[in-house]
Design a protein around this ligand. Structure first.
Ligand code: ARG
Length: 459
């Protein structure tokens, strides 16, 4: 089949060239967006008198018919179509005849593929924000449920200070909140229409780019035609957003895998989110958590791929840019699926407070609190720190915890210190007292939940 651009060619493309060159295999998922862009374009051409109103209407009728035929599977594309833009345009010419050849006036595939890409991504971003918002709802509900439940807080994977489980949830809530905000920012910056940039330099025709932008729900047209056809940073921004969010999920997935071990047993991941082993009958593996971690590498790859594709390309359009799509689609699909899986896995995960409690007596979680008690009683914090450090050592020698130290043990460390000065160092008292803004006290976590809930309502 001769191509729509075949005028200056004497030979058809070689079959392996056709296959290598074609993007139809992956860009046909943008067929709806391509048709929306074409309808806006031809509507504007009609309004500007570049085609007649009747011609515009006939082209729109043809495009809507093609939309239905693609959706129903009646139209099946192949490499002869090259890409979705050519695929639809050649079907249109078959459907409406000569008038179909007027659609491509004042338009190039260079701006067309970018309109499609932006409309497509815009819709997907809204969906991902929806999925992340649901995830946030699940996190808030868990935070509320476990607002008073005490667990071990770690630094360097060592017991550090007691915290509430609600506090842990709210830490992740903040990360996914920023992920949503990053997407909102990306959406705002990318929501400009490249349509009418044409090949690279605009057109001599009296088009109205403001009008097509308006018809397609963009905030306006892009400023510079050459930039419009060669910019892929909206996609890179999305891929960066995706990578950061996947990194957040991957960190939590790593914690899930640890918490699920027999050593920790802090959680029991629901059977429906685990898999068994083909050889070891007893196994219940946290595969979803591991896949979430693994798929993070894949999304980073998508980002690196496009950054690398773009780095040496001169202005304006280069065919290299066709490589912008597969990684982008892959990241969209992967990120969306990961958020869906994580939210549902979290929803069904029970925290085993009995197992967590067993860990609370280990590792001197209240050591910082004692140092702070001493500091409140006039001992400079740096000295208090050293005294408590020596107390820990004394406990280790005696094989006891702080309660097991006698007054004489304490005065032999520092003669200013008595047992009475320790104050209430129960784990619960330690947690309840951390009421500083952003701290772990249940009252403070509940404040964070309130602020988070309000913010989520506004999404
Ligand atoms: N399939 C191409 C892409 O995705 C469309 C633009 C082609 N433009 C061109 N001049 N070859 O980038």
């Amino acid at each position: 089949m001769a191509s729509l651009w075949g005028g200056r060619f004497e030979k058809d493309m070689d079959q392996i060239v056709k296959e290598f060159n074609a993007s139809i295999g992956f860009d046909q998922r943008m067929y709806n967006e391509d048709i929306d862009g074409s309808i806006a374009h031809v509507t504007m051409l009609g309004e500007q008198g570049i085609v007649t109103k009747a011609e515009a209407d006939e082209i729109i009728r043809g495009l809507e018919k093609i939309r239905k035929e693609i959706a129903s599977g009646e139209i099946v594309f192949n490499v002869d179509d090259e890409d979705i833009h050519m695929g639809i345009e050649s079907r249109l010419i078959k459907e409406v005849g000569e008038v179909g050849k007027k659609l491509h006036t004042s338009r190039s595939r260079n701006d067309q593929c970018q309109v499609d890409g932006r409309i497509y991504l815009r819709r997907e971003i809204k969906e991902i924000i929806g999925e992340l918002s649901y995830f946030e709802e699940v996190i808030l509900a868990k935070a509320e449920k476990y607002a008073d439940s005490i667990t071990v807080g770690y630094t360097h994977i060592q017991h550090a200070q007691p915290i509430t489980l609600g506090f842990v949830f709210m830490a992740y809530f903040q990360m996914f909140k920023r992920d949503i905000q990053r997407l909102q920012d990306t959406l705002e910056r990318m929501n400009l229409s490249p349509l009418g940039a044409c090949a690279l330099a605009g057109t001599t025709m009296p088009i109205n780019r403001q009008r097509t932008a308006e018809l397609l729900d963009f905030d306006g047209p892009t400023e510079n035609a050459m930039d419009s056809v060669s910019d892929r940073d909206y996609a890179l921004e999305f891929l960066s957003d995706a990578s950061i969010s996947m990194m957040h999920m991957s960190r939590w997935a790593e914690e899930f895998a640890w918490w699920n071990t027999s050593e920790f047993s802090f959680i029991a991941i629901d059977d429906s989110f685990c898999t068994g082993s083909s050889i070891m009958p007893q196994k219940k593996n946290p595969d979803m958590a591991e896949l979430l971690r693994g798929k993070t590498g894949r999304v980073y790859g998508d980002l690196m791929q496009l950054l690398t594709v773009m780095k040496g390309t001169p202005l304006a359009y280069n065919k290299d840019f066709q490589e912008d799509k597969e990684g982008l689609f892959d990241a969209i699909d992967t990120w969306k699926a990961c958020v869906q899986i994580f939210a549902r896995m979290l929803e069904k995960t029970e925290f085993r407070m009995d197992m967590i409690e067993k860990q609370l007596g280990k590792g001197f979680l209240n050591a910082t609190d004692i140092a702070e008690h001493f500091a409140k009683q006039g001992i400079p914090f740096r000295e208090a720190h050293s005294i408590v450090g020596q107390m820990v050592k004394a406990c280790e020698n005696k094989g006891c915890d702080f309660d097991g130290l006698t007054d004489s043990d304490l005065t032999s460390i520092d003669n200013r210190v008595t047992k009475e000065m320790l104050g209430d160092i129960s784990i619960k008292a330690c947690v309840d007292a951390r009421k500083s803004f952003g701290g772990t006290a249940p009252s403070e976590v509940r404040r964070q939940i309130r602020v988070g809930t309000e913010w989520l309502k506004g999404i």
